[in-house]
Design a protein around this ligand. Structure first.
Ligand code: MLT
Length: 256
């Protein structure tokens, strides 16, 4: 696995969205490494991380994260955060490795599975990737990844998203799309989550809309739900200061 490992303190592990890499967490790593050990891996096939060998799944990605913790000799419970696809992996990790958790951060994500229409769309994108590049896919996705304000007034953010996505391999993207399409419904798990949880959602997120955040927060006992104003799906990149401030406040309030 390729991963960033910065700072000292309680471990905070951050899992990226699709079709990006750990590089999307730079604003969070920069802001939080002063007080925390921030670890951000690239998930299977993305960045410099090895591709899937077996059937692509969120479970495999979650097990990869557990293996990375073993490799780094991290035995204490971690705060695990994920945005979108990273959030699906967080939920898979909570199902498979609950004892390793201290707290959860679920950003711009959902617990439900793909609808029939969603699955059909994954198949269309998989077909598209057979003769297009990651850069082509990104142009297609951009209006759903960031809001109109970011597209017109935050060119550096858009350029960074393009830069990260452009170097991802079509094979990795196809494998991730299969894992996204076939992921299970994590909604039944929510009531079993017993660690403090922060649910973050960009006000203008259309990919995983605020209603999906409502469902997460309603399902997890005691979850704190916060809207990041003037942000779309990639809220951590569109409004980094606000996003970081919410994470910092959440981490500082954790017991112990
Ligand atoms: C993501 O941002 O990780 C993906 O767009 C999530 C999804 O397509 O379900």
């Amino acid at each position: 696995m390729e991963y960033e490992d910065a700072g000292r303190g309680r471990p905070l592990v951050l899992l990226h969205g699709f079709p990006l890499t750990q590089a999307m967490w730079q604003p969070q790593i920069a802001a939080l490494q002063g007080g925390y050990r921030v670890i951000a891996p690239s998930l299977r096939g993305f960045g410099g991380t090895d591709a899937f060998t077996g059937t692509p799944s969120m479970d495999q990605m979650a097990d990869d994260v557990a293996a990375l913790l073993d490799q780094l000799s991290i035995r204490e419970p971690i705060t695990l955060g994920g945005l979108s696809m990273g959030g699906y992996v967080v939920l898979a990790f909570a199902r498979r490795h609950a004892a390793r958790l201290r707290a959860l951060i679920l950003a711009d994500t959902r617990s439900g599975p793909d609808s029939a229409e969603g699955k059909a769309n994954r198949d269309r994108v998989i077909a598209f990737m057979h003769d297009h590049s990651a850069a082509d896919l990104l142009e297609d996705m951009l209006p759903k990844l960031v809001n109109a304000e970011t597209r017109t007034h935050r060119p550096a953010v858009v350029a960074e998203i393009r830069r990260i996505a452009a170097s991802q391999s079509p094979a990795a993207i196809i494998a991730a799309l299969q894992a996204l399409r076939d992921r299970p419904d994590s909604t039944p798990l929510l009531s079993q989550i017993s660690v403090p949880t922060l649910v973050l959602i960009g006000s203008d997120d259309t990919l995983t809309p605020p209603a999906a955040a409502d469902e997460l927060a309603a399902g997890i006992t005691g979850a704190r739900r916060v809207t990041i104003p003037d942000a779309g799906h990639l809220s951590n990149l569109e409004q980094p200061e606000h996003f970081n401030q919410e994470i910092r406040a959440f981490l500082e309030a954790l017991p112990g």
